[in-house]
Design a protein around this ligand. Structure first.
Ligand SMILES: *[C@@H]1O[C@H](CO)[C@@H](O)[C@H](O)[C@H]1NC(C)=O
Length: 236
């Protein structure tokens, strides 16, 4: 074996690695934002519209969406063509199951600095009580903080339902402000994005999921809070 061929093999190996390693390092320094939820996060366009707000504010190159999913099922076409399609939205899933069985591992795989979530619609569909849903919210916040004590959290008031029990959605939303206040902290603040007020059932495309007008409402409520968190985190 010739020393020179070993050296050149090593040289080639490090050359071959340079690309991906640099990309990984660059991404590791970006602020990590997890869009967490059910189908209202997965198969909708508000994530894309919020990304446009990040881009318009000149922040897109310093942030990334994170999560085990990377998809654009609605074929959303925001102004920013290269928007980040990662997310943790899971159609049909309950807050209760995500809290009990999934969130810990998701946050291990893709840690987050900011988590924004809307959950509870499927729990309501399955007749879970408001108490049980709120207990799941608490568990999720505890999991987020165990993974990263400085997690900044945006919790959404859930959009209305015209299929099924909207009164149960209202009951959940009514509990969220006091719940959030009770768990709020300086290190890990919780703010509320009111995606309910002014959201009409005509902003739903199928009784459950937002149409484009509904996506715009969600983005208009979540986006400004997210921008505020991002600017605080980046020291701007
Ligand atoms: C949590 O505290 C922050 C200030 O640290 C405040 O802006 C925010 O409104 C509080 N959230 C709730 C739900 O009271």
């Amino acid at each position: 074996m010739h020393v020179s061929s070993i050296l050149s093999a090593v040289g080639l190996a490090s050359l071959a690695l340079a690309g991906p390693v640099q990309v990984a390092e660059r991404q590791a320094t970006k602020l990590r934002i997890m869009p967490l939820g059910d189908s209202i996060t997965e198969i909708t366009c508000w994530r894309a519209l919020v990304w446009d707000q990040l881009a318009e504010a000149g922040l897109a190159s310093q942030v990334q969406y994170v999560g085990s999913q990377n998809s654009n099922p609605q074929n959303c076409k925001p102004a920013t063509a290269n928007w980040d399609q990662h997310h943790e939205g899971h159609s049909g899933w309950l807050a209760i199951d995500i809290a009990n069985s999934y969130l810990t591992n998701w946050l291990k795989s893709t840690p987050a600095d900011i988590v924004m979530f809307m959950l509870g619609t499927n729990d309501v569909f399955r007749g879970r009580t408001t108490d049980d849903i709120i207990a799941a919210y608490t568990k999720m916040v505890n999991i987020m903080r165990a993974a990263n004590p400085k997690t900044k959290i945006i919790v959404d008031l859930v959009i209305p339902l015209s299929l099924g029990s909207n009164s149960a959605i209202q009951a959940l939303n009514a509990r969220i402000p006091a719940w959030a206040k009770g768990l709020n902290s300086t290190d890990s603040p919780i703010v509320i994005a009111d995606c309910y007020t002014g959201f009409s059932t005509s902003d739903l495309r199928d009784g459950v999921h937002p149409s484009l007008s509904g996506d715009k409402i969600i983005a208009s409520r979540v986006g400004p809070l997210l921008l505020e968190y991002v600017k605080q985190s980046l020291g701007k």
